[in-house]
Design a protein around this ligand. Structure first.
Ligand code: HEC
Ligand code: HEC
Ligand code: HEC
Ligand code: HEC
Ligand code: HEC
Length: 424
């Protein structure tokens, strides 16, 4: 959309608002205008699709001919499937939460434009049946690297210029480039270029928090694109999540065979934002149980201490004695429905944080002559169960264990070998 069209739309919206009187003024006051931040330079939080100006023969396949490594990495990335993966497709096609140009502006930014962000792109269902390349390739080479029919790069060389027109774009190397898609609030339905509430993804703000807390990496790229690797792994990658969180467990008898003391420590390690980062739907659970040799759960938690905020944050998952949830809640304030409401809890790990959980687990009846095993697992969740059910995703498709630790507590009284009997 050209800025003139947008101005004209804003102007007509303003006229309607004035005519609409008090209610409309209230609505305007409560919306959050888009700040002219650096992050709008290449991508503007989904308000517009990109216009690359690429000549027709420039396709992602054509880039592949000369940039095979980048192509291979990108082809295996989440960016590649951002438009067609089952999680996004289900929501994008849902009449309640999707069917908007807006969603595709970030997930498949070469979507044909010309509409307001909250309008439905024509032919949406047909496009999902046989995805055209702008949809099938999601966030692709052309969307990130081509503007005005020219390749954007952080380095221009005569060899490159001999192959395609290029220009230096220093902003590609900055965290604001990623934040053009990775940081945004809730889209306002009523004004074409406004957001409301708190940020639903706050990667840049959390990254700045990480820097304030002494973090050394100066860009998203340092962790997500080492040596220019275009795989850009994140929450879908076990090794990446494991790298983000350390899990240490200690267990001992405080009353042998009767009461076990457990100390679990989670540590945010090499990660440049809160954990889990990204979309507000993501969360972690820390699950603890005590089991006998046959795997049956024994004992009950009598005390969980150390100032851990459990205010409504603990859920029960069958078979686990204790479940902690590390998650960012989105309440009325965060959704922009009531700006005076109290802030909802965000108990994800802060960059560099160490968090301890202490439990006292009581065995009743006592088990003085049987060993027990403490099992602790850390799980990553793409979304909460209610949402998974709504969109018919199987449980194993939205949650998986990332780390697990077992500690054996020996029987306080060794079991004596049974005496042989009946022999003369
Ligand atoms: C999500 C955006 C994004 C996508 C998609 C993307 N790139 Fe990049 N690419 C970048 C960024 C950012 C840099 C600059 C990295 C830096 O300066 O550290 C880069 C760097 C490069 C470089 C320079 C050398 C290097 O590896 O650092 C090449 C070549 C390249 N990209 C080609 C491609 C090709 C080909 C595709 C498609 C297969 C592609 N890129 C897809 C963002 C992207
Ligand atoms: C015919 C071969 C060829 C094709 C096709 C091609 N490139 Fe290149 N590209 C090159 C060469 C050669 C260089 C220069 C590499 C150098 O100097 O090290 C280059 C450089 C680049 C760079 C900067 C690399 C750097 O080191 O910073 C980017 C980004 C890039 N190309 C992106 C693309 C994209 C996106 C496409 C598809 C639209 C594409 N290229 C298609 C050959 C090609
Ligand atoms: C055009 C919008 C856009 C830009 C620019 C962009 N991303 Fe993304 N990114 C997305 C979307 C959409 C997804 C979600 C893909 C999916 O459906 O899982 C994503 C997913 C990711 C993930 C999650 C991968 C996983 O395994 O879960 C990481 C990490 C990521 N991007 C990093 C980056 C970095 C670093 C940059 C900047 C160099 C960047 N992105 C630029 C849109 C973008
Ligand atoms: C110090 C390293 C580091 C830096 C810097 C960093 N990240 Fe991450 N990021 C990680 C690790 C490790 C994970 C995996 C754990 C997690 O999901 O939080 C991750 C996960 C992600 C995810 C995936 C979340 C999901 O839901 O799948 C996204 C998206 C992401 N980062 C984007 C960014 C962006 C954007 C920036 C820059 C503003 C950035 N990261 C800076 C290390 C880093
Ligand atoms: C400003 C850019 C932007 C817009 C607009 C946007 N998204 Fe996203 N979306 C992202 C990014 C970036 C991620 C990946 C974050 C992460 O991995 O944590 C994502 C992740 C998702 C996921 C999770 C995908 C997965 O693989 O688990 C779903 C579902 C989703 N978006 C649906 C939507 C829908 C529906 C809309 C429109 C109402 C929308 N998005 C609009 C940027 C955007």
């Amino acid at each position: 959309m050209t800025s003139r069209v947008r101005q004209a739309i804003s102007l007509s919206v303003a006229v309607i608002l004035i005519a609409g009187g008090a209610i409309a003024t209230e609505r305007l006051r409560r919306t959050r205008p888009l700040r002219p931040a650096d992050s709008t330079v290449l991508f503007n939080q989904g308000l517009d699709p990109v216009v690359t100006g690429a000549p027709a023969e420039w396709t992602n396949e054509s880039c592949r001919e000369c940039h095979q490594a980048e192509y291979r990495q990108w082809a295996a990335s989440r960016h590649r499937v951002a438009g067609i993966n089952d999680k996004f497709a289900a929501e994008c096609l849902d009449s309640e939460s999707g069917r908007q140009q807006y969603c595709l502006n970030c997930h498949a930014p070469r979507v044909p434009g010309g509409r307001l962000p909250m309008e439905e792109p024509p032919g949406l269902d047909a496009d999902y049946k046989t995805p055209p390349s702008w949809l099938a390739d999601g966030v692709d080479c052309l969307a990130c690297h081509v503007r005005d029919g020219v390749v954007l790069a952080t380095r221009v060389t005569p060899r490159g210029e001999a192959r395609h027109p290029m220009r230096v774009e220093p902003r590609l190397a900055k965290p604001e480039f990623c934040a053009g898609c990775h940081q945004f609030a809730f889209k306002d339905q009523h004004l074409p270029d406004a957001f409301h509430g708190q940020l639903q993804q706050a990667s840049l703000e959390e990254f700045l928090e990480y820097r304030r807390l002494g973090g050394v990496e100066s860009r998203c790229h340092d962790c997500h694109m080492p040596n220019g690797n275009h795989l850009m792994p994140g929450g879908y990658d076990d090794a990446m999540v494991r790298r983000a969180v350390g899990l240490d467990v200690e267990a001992s008898w405080s009353q042998p065979g009767r009461v076990a003391d457990v100390v679990i420590e989670l540590t945010a390690r090499r990660v440049g934002h809160r954990v889990p980062g990204g979309e507000e739907l993501r969360f972690l659970t820390l699950r603890t149980r005590l089991a006998d040799a046959g795997g049956r759960v024994v004992g009950r938690t009598v005390e969980a201490a150390d100032g851990v905020d459990r205010d409504g944050l603990q859920s029960t998952i069958d078979g686990w004695l204790q479940v902690e949830t590390l998650r960012r809640r989105m309440g009325r304030r965060e959704h922009g429905r009531d700006y005076h409401a109290a802030a909802a809890a965000d108990n994800r790990l802060r960059p560099g944080e160490r968090r301890r959980f202490r439990y006292r687990i009581e065995l009743d009846p006592p088990r003085p002559d049987r060993p027990v095993t403490l099992q602790v697992e850390l799980w990553y969740h793409l979304m909460h169960d209610g949402k998974a059910r709504l969109f018919e995703h199987a449980a194993h498709d939205v949650q998986r264990p990332i780390r697990s630790v077992s500690v054996k507590l020996d029987a306080p009284r060794p079991v004596l070998p049974a005496k042989e009997s009946g022999t003369p």
